[in-house]
Design a protein around this ligand. Structure first.
Ligand code: UD1
Ligand code: UDP
Length: 391
């Protein structure tokens, strides 16, 4: 904050998982292209292969990689390694601000490290709430804790801003930006990127085949709920042999143990490793329906007119549900089956959910984030908030 006006502001972006990397990537590029800023990219390495995949797609190389990943890592380990590691990097690089994104444990611990060094924390994708501290676990707590440490809150939507105002966050520290995930998506879907899996690529290229995309990974669904998701997909695959189910499966062994036994013998279920982001967008864009417990996918699929069945009991992203393009179906096997079967059997029910809406962004989130950050450092003016009703 004390830089002479001619010096660029050194902003340190810290992230560790696939979704944070996807949502930070357009911001890293935008900061790099703006002479007012000098970004420093610090990855914790909470995710390893899944994070590296994203960097490769976006052509980003980290300035610092804390490489904290270990198989079966606990929340405590991720927190401690990140807190200590990021603190050291701050001492070394002396940034002017720390940017974190969303609600992962990397984001929380990095925000705490920044706060302990008395730096302004900028929270991208601020203000998402379910109101239930146990769901999603530990993300709901992480996002609230980050909010307590933040100087500049950047909620994606007006509803997420309202959540912050209800928690008495100062209105002048809040700017509604839209979600950077839409900035990334609008660019990514311009390209056809093959997955490298011959069976999946053949289906993607054949317009006569119906395709359902499935992803699941949430910590609170490990064990029985995840098994019920697997059962539901297996039943759907048996009852709809003409439909193909694409299941790019998270690296977590707990997810694999629960899901795969149910589906791995079915010829119309294509199980793959996590898809590189570009290929995932290609598959999602070609899908008819999306079944997911992912936060990011809940934001992306509506922008591509894909009905979303959310495999959770609640969501911090109510906008798509309110627009009628997403439905909360929980993790009960019969309910998941019934809701998906209805969309596969009933063209009217399908059409009612398959229209493009973009409550999460308009592709200009990075521009608004840069403007709000420039204003924080006296280097420019803020711009208009993102307003989905004006699209
Ligand atoms: C984390 C985030 C979650 C986010 C999700 C995105 C927390 C607490 N959770 O959950 O908010 O939605 O990422 O996917 O921050 N693994 C690998 N290689 C990888 C990634 C994961 O082997 O590239 C395995 C490891 O065994 C690891 C396990 O997956 O122990 C779980 O990874 P972790 O980052 O701890 O939690 P996620 O469930 O991925
Ligand atoms: N994604 C991907 N490959 C996959 C599955 C998902 O690139 O095989 C992308 C997807 O486009 C979205 C993000 O990963 O942007 C979501 O990540 P995840 O579901 O792991 O985390 P969440 O969003 O739930 O935190």
């Amino acid at each position: 904050m004390n830089n002479p006006p001619s010096d660029p502001v050194d902003v340190m972006l810290v992230y560790g998982t696939r979704p944070e990397a996807i949502k930070m990537a357009p911001l890293v590029h935008a900061l790099n292209d703006d002479a007012r800023f000098r970004p420093i990219v610090v990855v914790t390495g909470q995710h390893r292969e899944m994070l590296d995949q994203v960097h490769e797609f976006f052509g980003i190389a980290a300035d610092v990689d804390l490489n904290i990943h270990s198989p079966g890592q606990s929340l405590t380990q991720v927190t401690m390694r990140t807190l200590e590691g990021v603190g050291g990097v701050i001492d070394d690089r002396k940034p002017d601000a720390v940017f974190v994104q969303g609600d992962t444990t990397s984001a929380f611990a990095a925000a705490l490290a920044g706060f302990y060094r008395e730096l302004p924390v900028v929270h991208v994708e601020a203000g998402l709430r379910t109101g239930d501290i146990w769901s999603p676990f530990p993300e709901e707590a992480n996002r609230k804790l980050i909010g307590q440490l933040t100087s500049l809150h950047l909620p994606p939507t007006p509803a997420s801003k309202e959540n912050l105002l209800r928690e008495d966050v100062a209105p002048q520290s809040i700017h509604v930006t839209g979600n950077t995930v839409i900035d990334a998506l609008l660019d990514a879907v311009k390209r056809y990127v093959p997955s490298g899996d011959p069976a999946l690529d053949a289906v993607v290229s054949d317009p006569s085949r119906r395709l359902v995309l499935v992803t699941a990974h949430r910590r609170e669904s490990w064990g029985a709920p995840m098994q019920r998701i697997g059962e539901a997909v297996a039943r759907l695959a048996r009852e709809f042999p003409d439909v193909v189910f694409a299941l790019p499966v998270h690296r977590n062994p707990k997810v694999r143990e629960a899901l795969l036994p149910h589906v791995s013998v079915l010829s119309n279920v294509i199980v793959t490793e996590p898809l590189a982001y570009g290929a995932f967008c290609t598959v999602m864009n070609r899908s008819d329906i999306v079944l997911t417990d992912s936060g990011g996918v809940q934001e992306e699929a509506p922008a591509l007119s894909k009905p979303v069945l959310v495999l959770r009991d609640n969501t911090e992203r109510p906008e798509a549900v309110e627009f009628g393009v997403a439905r909360l179906v929980g993790t009960d096997s019969d309910r998941i089956y019934a809701e998906a079967a209805r969309l596969l059997n009933d063209a009217d029910a399908y059409a009612a959910m398959a229209h493009a809406v973009n409550p999460y962004g308009d592709g200009r989130a990075c521009e608004r984030i840069l403007a709000a950050t420039a204003a924080l450092f006296g280097r420019g003016e803020t711009v208009d908030d993102f307003d989905p009703s004006r699209q």
